[in-house]
Design a protein around this ligand. Structure first.
Ligand code: GLY
Length: 554
């Protein structure tokens, strides 16, 4: 089936078919937001590699074929759950350079500048290469170089640019600001057309060095030296010392439950897992779902739950290596019940009148997510990012990869909104070596001890509410995975005080929400889910039609 109807709404890419977005497999499944990455990961599984091997291959391919978010110059999180019930979480989030300082992005009047968003000084120390290598060293079964081979091939021989990629590269103003990015991705103004071949020889050489020497090349070797030299030449902060010191960390996954579903998700420095679990806890006993999926009553109640979590997020969440993050308190049933009691089922609570809770003791957004299940039943959920689309816009000359602008995920000025309009507090202020707070929410769900779902999404702060809604669509509204992903989504993040809605809500619903006191804003789309669910002995994979992804299984 061609996705013609959806083209009218601009949601589907012209060269993607519905057939690619949904797949069934008896044994294994891969869902990513780019077809070459899905194909490469699936080939690894078919050759006997496990889900971690496949995740490493997909991560490097996306760095070639999805330059807006796939990356070597960014960071992310990897959640794995093995068939024997062990689980682990790798944090390869970027870190602030040692020369970073609390007020580095404020001008003389104390006003935030654009420097946290664009250009060399916006980049935090990348973690992706270290993170993928750590995953491979701990759990991989195929040779490292074999897993980089598809990415090297695609970078050196090129691949055909899709309609959506051509449009994205043309529209990315930030790429036009930096000569190397403009040369590689915009051909100095002779923009790529759909069907043109994008060849990235500098990136291919970098990937070849990584295949030969491992992550050491990126953090201590030739790539490190060239990156640090370019930083110094352009006023950036990242030094050889920053790169040498960068570590990816293993942390315990955050665990919770909802109506008998067991949830494994992202701990701090992500705010995603805490948010998902707190919002679910606020919903669990309410019977909110009885009003029906998409009804004004359900949207209102979920909005109030979202508003309360994002208010808490603004104060309490940050890097756990720098301050104690009160995760248990934020999920404490007594605290959650007290927050729930402040919800009026008839009226919106103005965000101005609602602050973060007092605890008992005490984020075009571009990221990308992919989900993999292998034939042994191991599951991997990876969300990684450059933060903004194409990160800070800088491609390191001669190295071929883009750098992140993750420094803007810090509270550049506590109390002032960031790129995503998010208000954040002292817990997320800039400090040397600190990891900025994230919303990335790679999540794995179990039922009766068996793997039931693998999901996640890009979208900055909208990631958490996207994952929440897809999960609730499955669990509370009994929708199949395709419909659960397809349904229009909404988002509220406390401030700005508005429900952001996708097209597809009925005018009647929106009128009822306005009557309850909500301000409504429209968004073209919210999140891009890559999800896998168990279904009567099959794996069903769904690549969100909001992007041009691909699900494939066997
Ligand atoms: N850069 C988006 C996030 O980590 O939430």
């Amino acid at each position: 089936m061609r996705a013609a109807a959806w083209l009218a709404f601009g949601l589907f890419s012209a060269d993607v078919t519905c057939a690619q977005m949904v797949a069934r497999g008896r044994h294994a499944m891969v869902v990513t937001r780019e077809a070459h990455a899905t194909d490469a990961a699936l080939a690894v599984l078919q050759a006997g590699g496990n889900a971690v091997d496949a995740a490493v291959a997909a991560g490097f391919v996306l760095a070639v074929t999805h330059p807006a978010a796939g990356n070597l110059g960014g960071g992310g999180f990897l959640l794995v759950r093995f068939h024997d019930n062990r689980a682990a979480f790798l944090d390869f989030r970027e870190r602030a350079p040692l020369a970073a300082s609390r007020n580095m992005y404020l001008d003389a009047e104390g006003t935030p500048t654009r420097e946290s968003l664009t250009g060399w000084r916006a980049a935090a120390v990348p973690g992706t290469v270290r993170g993928l290598e750590l995953a491979h060293r701990k759990w991989g079964t195929r040779p490292w170089a074999e897993l980089l081979a598809p990415a090297i091939r695609l970078a050196s021989h090129g691949f055909l640019v899709s309609y959506a990629l051509a449009r994205s590269l043309r529209q990315a103003k930030v790429l036009g600001e930096f000569p190397e990015s403009r040369r590689i991705f915009q051909r100095d103004g002779r923009f790529y057309e759909p069907g043109d071949r994008l060849v990235q020889p500098e990136l291919a050489r970098t990937l070849e060095r990584l295949a030969r020497h491992g992550a050491r090349d990126f953090y201590e070797g030739e790539t490190a030296r060239r990156l640090a030299a370019a930083m110094q030449a352009h006023g950036g902060l990242i030094t050889l010392e920053d790169l040498r010191r960068y570590e990816a960390l293993e942390r315990p996954p955050l665990r919770g439950s909802y109506k008998g579903w067991e949830i494994l998700t992202a701990p701090p420095p992500s705010s995603g897992g805490v948010g998902l679990l707190q919002m679910l806890a606020m919903l669990e006993t309410t019977g909110y779902e009885k009003a029906g999926a998409g009804s004004a009553a359900v949207v209102h109640f979920l909005t109030e739950v979202m508003r309360r979590y994002y208010a808490d997020r603004s104060r309490w969440l940050g890097d756990p290596d720098f301050a104690r993050i009160p995760v248990q308190e934020l999920l404490d049933p007594v605290y959650v019940a007290a927050r729930r009691r402040t919800i009026d089922p008839e009226r919106a609570t103005p965000s101005e009148s609602l602050g973060p809770g007092e605890l008992p003791t005490a984020e075009s957004s571009e990221t990308t997510h992919y989900s993999i299940v292998d034939a042994q039943g191991n599951a991997v959920a990876v969300t990684y990012t450059l933060n903004g689309s194409y990160g800070c816009g800088v491609t390191v000359p001669g190295l071929g990869f883009l750098l992140n602008n993750e420094m803007d995920d810090f509270a550049v000025k506590p109390g002032a909104p960031n790129y995503y309009g998010l208000i954040q507090g002292e817990a997320n202020a800039i400090a040397p070596g600190k990891r900025p707070l994230s919303s990335m929410t790679p999540t794995i769900v179990l039922r009766n001890g068996r793997l039931a779902m693998v999901l996640g999404s890009p979208g900055g702060p909208r990631i958490i509410t996207t994952v929440l809604q897809v999960f609730l669509n499955l669990v509370d509204f009994n929708l199949d995975l395709w419909t659960a992903v397809l349904r229009p989504r909404f988002h509220h993040q406390w401030k700005p005080d508005a429900i952001v809605v996708e097209p597809g809500f009925s005018p009647d619903t929106l009128a009822l929400l306005r009557a309850k006191g909500h301000r409504i804003e429209e968004a073209r789309s919210i999140g891009e889910v890559a999800a896998i669910a168990a279904d009567e002995g099959w794996w069903v994979g769904v690549a969100d039609p909001r992007a041009e992804g691909k699900a494939s299984g066997f």
